[in-house]
Design a protein around this ligand. Structure first.
Ligand SMILES: [Zn+2]
Length: 93
């Protein structure tokens, strides 16, 4: 009976220890991932949940996921590389 209690205590301690280690090592990774995400969104300031419209297929996409291209000083956002290549700035000037 005592052995069982010891085993349970050991198991709980082991679990807590594992959780602590996991949190310690996983958290910096999550932060790094968010930095990369912000980096890929370019120099956009403000909430990354902002929606932008693709001028080719007219879908709305989160700004952070959009592909961007600058034509004569205007930034355009695209849902995919296909749309970016299809885009003709002459139609939108
Ligand atoms: Zn598109």
């Amino acid at each position: 009976m005592l052995t069982l209690i010891r085993f349970i205590i050991f198991f709980i301690l082991f679990y807590l220890f594992f959780k602590l280690i996991r949190d310690k090592f996983l958290k910096p990774k999550t932060d790094r991932w968010q930095i990369n995400k912000n980096f890929s969104a370019g120099n956009i300031v403000g909430p990354s949940s902002e929606m932008v419209q693709d001028p080719v297929c007219k879908v709305y996409i989160p700004k952070k996921d959009a592909l961007t291209s600058v034509f004569s000083g205007t930034t355009y956002f695209f849902c995919s590389r296909e749309c970016l290549e299809k885009f003709d700035p002459a139609d939108h000037s």
